[in-house]
Design a binder for this molecule. Structure first.
Ligand code: 7TS
Length: 409
């Protein structure tokens, strides 16, 4: 047994759900781009909070409230270190990537927009990095401009550069495409935009779990991600923003905890990061996310990158051997996502039949309808891998696809 195999056996024990059966067959969970499974330490951290110190944060002098506040703020520190932010004021807890992008759209970008200004995105954005910009464009008379991609699903950088005119006031780009797996040249994108004084948001929903992200090295202005895609709970996410930007921004929502003092005449907002965390937050979510990130640190990106690359290569090789299967998204730099279509079989039927074999994949447009149109397909079947997946699971996927093809031929 290789070192990786031994390590994998151990790692898989951390994820109880991976041991379950689906229709009497072992679960093969290949829907990690939708959400990842949770290790025992995350589940325990959440139940420990409810069993032992459940209470509201930032407002109680009593012991339980202090303990909950300490754990919530400890998570913020873990996240700050994980992405190498300058300080914890730059770490805002949100509901997820979607809320982070909306926050920036409304509090940072919208007040800076006038009629005729432009926001630049790419063709491979998730709907949550399209629709918030359409809303602010509608409200201000600004225009959404979209940089094209090639047939492999890669950004055409020269076209992106051409579109980066003086009219562009903001750039918002996905780091890793959720439906194609493409890794964008994010450093170059940020450098190019900054050379023209344009701030940049990175949608890191599909990259935070696959690679080491250093916001200071990238020099991005904002970065948004979701806890549930990095082995943490749903309903919690992070918006990183440079404090020089966050400081000047108006609050996104008003309410408790985001204020210093309130009267009917005047309200003084709280300091960062609380100015952007109105209301009782997702306390157990933040605590669970901190634990998930500690867990990922313990696994280490050396292992994660090496193993996930092996899975990607193996899956692409195995699936390419199948007659009538076409992979959508063949970029030279990819994360562990493989989208495909089968001749004459609708992806929904593929997904339903794989499910009977215990194989969980996602089918549909993956909230990237423009990409589906770009490739002329209504939908794809998507297998997405995490560091707990195995080559044997990819064999099961490939065999199951062969069965689907036989059935429909
Ligand atoms: N951006 C990207 C690139 C994503 O993949 C997703 C979710 C989001 C933003 C939104 O994240 P949320 O946590 O706020 O919903 N993507 C997917 C997916 O590919 N399948 O299910 C959700």
């Amino acid at each position: 047994m290789s070192n990786i195999d031994e390590r994998l056996l151990e790692i898989r024990q951390d994820f109880p759900v991976l041991n379950r059966l689906v229709y009497g067959k072992p679960l093969v969970y290949l829907d990690n781009a939708a959400t990842t499974q949770k290790p025992k330490c995350v589940i325990s951290a959440i139940s420990d909070y409810y069993l032992n110190y459940n209470s509201n944060i930032h407002r109680g002098v009593h012991r339980l409230s202090q303990e909950a506040t300490d754990e919530y703020e400890k998570s913020r520190k873990i996240i700050k270190e994980f992405i190498n932010a300058n300080n914890t004021n730059e770490i805002i807890f949100t509901r997820g990537t979607t809320e982070g992008i909306n926050l920036v759209a409304h509090s940072f970008v919208r007040p800076r927009l006038s009629k005729g200004d432009e926001i630049l995105i790419t063709y491979m954005e998730h709907h949550s990095n399209i629709v918030p910009w359409q809303i602010v464009c509608e409200e201000t008379g600004a225009k959404l401009v979209v940089a094209p991609i090639n047939d492999a699903g890669e950004l055409i950088f020269e076209e992106f550069e051409k579109l980066l005119t003086e009219r562009v006031k903001f750039v918002s780009v996905v780091y890793v495409s959720n439906s194609l797996g493409t890794i964008n040249p994010i450093e170059e994108i940020i450098k190019k935009a900054h050379s023209k004084g344009i701030p940049v948001l990175i949608d890191a929903a599909q990259s935070i779990q696959h690679m080491k992200i250093d916001v200071r090295r990238l020099d991005c202005d904002f970065l948004a991600f979701s806890g549930h895609k990095i082995y943490g709970p749903t309903g919690i996410g992070v918006l990183y923003g440079k404090d020089e930007h966050l400081d000047k921004m108006r609050p996104y929502q008003g309410g408790g905890d985001m204020i210093k003092s309130v009267s009917f005449v005047r309200t003084i907002y709280n300091d960062l990061p609380y100015k952007f965390e109105a209301g009782t937050p997702n306390i157990e979510g933040a605590i669970g996310l901190g634990k998930a990130i500690e867990y990922v640190n313990q696994i280490g990106f050396d292992f994660i990158i090496e193993h996930e690359n092996q899975l990607l290569e193996y899956a692409q090789e195995k699936l390419s051997e199948i007659d009538g299967l076409k992979i959508i998204g063949t970029a030279s730099r990819k994360a562990s996502v493989v989208s495909f279509v089968l001749e004459n079989v609708h992806p929904h039927d593929v997904g339903t039949m794989l499910d009977v074999d215990g194989v969980a994949v996602r089918t549909g447009h993956h909230c990237t309808e423009p990409i589906m149109r770009r490739f002329g397909v209504p939908a794809t079947t998507r297998a997405s891998f995490a560091f707990y997946n195995t080559k044997q699971e990819i064999d099961i996927l490939a065999n199951s696809i062969q069965k689907v093809i036989k059935m429909f031929s």
